[in-house]
Design a protein around this ligand. Structure first.
Ligand SMILES: Nc1ncnc2c1ncn2[C@@H]1O[C@H](COP(=O)(O)OP(=O)(O)OP(=O)(O)O)[C@@H](O)[C@H]1O
Length: 513
């Protein structure tokens, strides 16, 4: 069997296009005793030829005629370059980098390797002394082997491209499915994390992606903006959801009790410890530990928490043996923890350990368009809980709420709506006068006037009606303040009892004495 025939047989047994080219380089170099052999491969889009044999990848555009390869491609035939031509083409820096320094007695031959279908996927570049390179272009056995190799490369390349596109297709399907799953989860969250504003939509996406990650989540937001609600959602959507969600408010527990609550203790650990007590770290094993108001955690305890987070190990008070707990940490704060770090109230190392997936909750005033949906949600909840049928919120009351500057507090809105529901007859709507009464209590008596006139005036289009409503509100609220005592109400408003009675009749105010 001839050497070249044997080489061709070996080449066609290879099942990977990259390995095939490596083998071709090796065989050619050995059989022709050449200094260097390079293979240039067409890029996927066919606009470039590239060679990865040097330290860095070298590329040549097929449309650029400042290198010899484009000429070879255009002419469909081999090209041999002698010393003077090589000097000329070395102006092309990539070509220069490929060939390196050249001697006067050296030659370079460039052979396009066409497959049978005339496709050109590879170019062979041979570089050596003129003696070795002599008559290479007419070496029939070698050229036959190249042709076999070009066909085989074409076949392998096509198979690989098909595999690659089915892999890409599969990958995109997986991505689409994951995206759909995430969207589906975020949409599901819309039933509990209420709001259709852009910030709320973004928030729900963040919750879904935070839940899918295994990072510690830090929720920042004003009080009553839904920090606990969000932390629960992170737990419910995470892989920890089958285990416990354990919440503790670090600000609500006295410093000396917080450690024993978290770590637990054994009988006799301190006076009053008359039996072993499991801590919350143990309860949270496999689940989620939610530390609300983490900024209020004493600094000594912060160091202990950090150790638990890093080693998953902790020691209950008075115990000799360490226990372990593997939980997902979610923390919340309404203060700027970074500032606490700067003024030494919070450990920097712990801060960076827990600041892995920050979620910032918007103030209600930044998503005022959500007030309607939230109000409807709270009324529905009230109806379900109290088996009542409040018919919703009167549009004037809603307008008022939307123009009233809430201090960023959903809880306040919830309580206000619930109060409004308690003041409403079954089957009726919550009206303005039901809720204004509650708002009045949050400001001083002079403030009432400022609030009602200042903010209410923005939405007044019927002055007579507004004055009537204004008067109704004042009288209703005052009557409630005095438990329906008309004499006291009239006196406090500086009007005769008879005038009050007339007004109540005219304004249809019914409050029982
Ligand atoms: N987007 C929301 N959709 C529905 N209800 C909400 C939303 N945000 C907050 N709430 C409700 O508002 C109340 C306060 O929420 P939550 O306790 O989660 O707030 P918080 O930020 O943790 O408050 P705090 O800082 O006082 O601990 C809860 O009754 C909660 O259900």
């Amino acid at each position: 069997m001839s050497r070249w025939f044997k080489a061709a047989t070996e080449l066609v047994l290879i099942r990977n296009s990259a390995e095939l080219l490596v083998k071709l380089i090796e065989v050619t170099r050995k059989e022709l005793a050449l200094d260097s052999v390079y293979v240039l491969k067409a890029s996927q889009d066919g606009r470039f030829f590239e060679c990865c044999q040097n330290e860095k990848k070298l590329t040549w555009s097929v449309f650029d005629f400042n290198h010899p390869f484009s000429h070879v491609i255009r002419s469909d035939s081999s090209m041999t370059l002698q010393h003077s031509e090589l000097l000329y083409w070395q102006e092309n820096s990539e070509f220069n980098q490929l060939i390196g320094t050249i001697d006067i007695l050296e030659k370079v031959t460039i052979i396009p390797m066409f497959a049978e279908n005339k496709q050109l996927q590879t170019i062979l570049v041979l570089h050596s002394g003129i003696d070795q390179m002599d008559s290479i272009e007419t070496h029939q056995e070698f050229l036959n082997t190249l042709s076999v190799c070009a066909n085989h490369f074409q076949l392998l390349h096509e198979i690989e491209m098909k595999k690659c596109s089915s892999k890409q297709l599969f990958q995109s399907l997986v991505e689409v499915e994951e995206g759909n799953k995430k969207n589906h989860m975020a949409n599901g969250l819309a039933n509990t994390l209420i709001g259709n504003s852009d910030v709320m939509k973004k928030l729900r996406q963040q919750v879904v992606s935070a839940a899918a990650s295994h990072l510690s989540v830090m929720i920042q937001g004003d009080t009553g903006t839904g920090k606990e609600l969000v932390s629960r959602a992170v737990h419910d959507l995470s892989t920890h959801s089958k285990a416990e969600f354990v919440a503790i408010n670090c600000a609500a527990i006295p410093e000396h009790l917080l450690e024993s609550e978290l770590f637990g203790y054994i009988k006799g650990a301190f006076s009053g410890a008359d039996k072993d007590k499991k801590g919350l770290l143990a309860d949270a094993n496999g689940g989620t530990l939610f530390l609300d108001e983490i900024g209020d955690m004493p600094i000594a305890l912060q160091a202990k928490l950090l150790r638990v987070l890093e080693s998953q190990k902790y020691r209950p008070l008075g115990a000799e043996k360490e226990l372990s707990s593997n939980f997902r940490l979610v923390v919340a704060t309404h203060v700027n923890l970074k500032e606490h770090v700067s003024n030494g109230k919070f450990r920097k190392d712990l801060y960076y350990r827990i600041y892995q997936y920050p979620i910032i909750l918007p103030k209600l005033s930044d998503r005022i368009e959500d007030v309607e949906l939230l109000s409807r949600y709270f009324i529905n909840n009230y109806n379900t809980e109290h088996k009542y049928t409040v018919r919703g919120l009167h549009h004037k009351a809603l307008d008022y709420l939307m123009s009233y500057q809430f201090p960023g507090n959903v809880r306040e809105l919830k309580h206000l709506i619930e109060y409004g529901c308690t003041q409403t007859e079954d089957g009726e709507q919550v009206i303005f006068s039901h809720i204004i009464d509650r708002l009045d209590k949050n400001v001083g008596s002079e403030g009432i006037a400022v609030l009602e006139i200042g903010i209410g005036s923005k939405i007044i289009s019927d002055l007579k009606g507004a004055v009537k409503e204004y008067e109704t509100n004042i009288i209703t609220s005052r009557l409630r303040e005095f438990d329906g005592d008309r004499a006291k109400t009239a006196e406090s408003l500086g009007i005769p009892k008879r005038t009050l009675a007339d007004k109540c009749l005219k304004l249809e105010i019914v409050i029982n004495d």
